[in-house]
Design a protein around this ligand. Structure first.
Ligand code: UDP
Ligand code: MG
Length: 309
């Protein structure tokens, strides 16, 4: 069993994490390893992780990324270093209680290959919760994937699913959604959610928007299709309006106010075109990124066992 934990400037949470996690893992009576990824932290996180790797040789590993790659890419990097039959992801900030891991693993023992979690009583700000609900709904609608809670990262994946995920070298991805594609038997369970114990959320509003855009455009072409439909409807409306104006001109005679109606119409059409260009741009941007084929993350070193801490 491998536990994967992405870490970005979590020096205040880390000292609380292992003392809670290790007893849970020991209590389960099966082999375990914890793979931390230092996602380019600028505080003492890496030093603390190296110490942990030193203290638990063969148990705790710390993957050091060259620079910040984002939570999902950090998890991807860690996947490559795991060797457990089950891989469980967890946040470093203790918002996902480690005590829930045995329940998750029990589900995996029942034969489910992806175990998702839904935060039963979510302890986050009201704004954050509302934003998440909106994202969960729209994503479910657009991608056709039924996931109760995309944001909750306490999740279990079978080795096969992990292999499939690491083999898909998309540049921007969203791990819970990606896993859903490869899952044979997914299931969701309710888990407790706690307030962040220490430090602040590592996501700014801008990054959240970015991440959710990744989720939508990365997993469906519905935005593109919707736009096509919208464009068609607008064109149809414009044409009908033109016919109406022509008939009116023949019957009633020309009118000056019509100029303004046309203005409004022109702006409407321009707006739609601009939105369309933006949407197409988003996809083109992705193709560009993918074609460049840059590495998605760069592992500098893997710290394991005694000696190098
Ligand atoms: N994280 C990361 N890289 C980033 C941002 C976050 O590895 O660029 C980690 C962070 O250390 C934490 C987890 O991802 O372990 C979730 O981050 P956070 O708690 O800030 O997100 P929130 O709970 O606000 O969604
Ligand atoms: Mg958090």
């Amino acid at each position: 069993m491998s536990i994967v934990i992405p870490v970005y400037n979590e020096e205040t949470s880390l000292p609380l994490l292992l003392p809670r996690l290790v007893p849970v893992l020991e209590g389960m009576g099966r082999p375990w390893e914890v793979v931390f990824v230092d996602d380019g932290s600028r505080d003492r996180s890496l030093a603390l992780l190296k110490l942990a790797a030193h203290d638990f040789p063969g148990r705790v590993k710390a993957v050091e990324l060259l620079r910040n790659a984002g939570q999902h890419m950090a998890i991807m990097a860690a996947f490559g270093e795991t060797d457990g039959e089950y891989v469980v992801t967890l946040d470093a900030d203790l918002q996902n209680p480690p005590e829930e891991i045995p329940r998750l693993v029990a589900k995996m023992d029942e034969g489910y290959d992806v175990v998702g979690t839904v935060r039963a009583k979510r302890r986050d700000s009201l704004f954050r919760k509302a934003a998440s609900r909106l994202v969960n709904r729209t994503t479910a609608l657009m991608t056709g994937m039924r996931l109760g809670d995309y944001g909750c990262m306490l999740r279990g994946y079978h080795r096969d699913v992990v292999e499939a995920m690491t083999a898909s070298d998309e540049v921007s991805t969203f791990i819970p959604a990606l896993a859903q594609i490869y899952a044979r038997r997914p299931v969701e369970i309710d888990v407790a959610h706690e307030e962040r114990a220490e430090g602040d959320s590592k996501y700014s509003v801008h990054e959240l928007v970015r991440l959710n855009f990744d989720l939508m455009t990365g997993f469906s072409v519905v935005p593109l299709q919707l736009f096509g439909l919208l464009g068609f409807l607008t064109a149809l409306a414009g044409f009908s309006f033109g016919v109406f104006l022509l008939v009116r001109r023949l019957v009633v005679g020309s009118e000056l106010e019509g100029v303004f109606t046309l203005f409004a119409l022109a702006f409407l059409v321009m707006g739609v075109i601009m939105a369309g260009v933006g949407m197409v741009g988003e996809y083109v941007g992705r193709i560009y990124q993918q074609v460049r084929g840059r590495p998605r993350f760069l592992v500098r070193r893997v710290h394991a066992g005694g000696g190098d801490a």
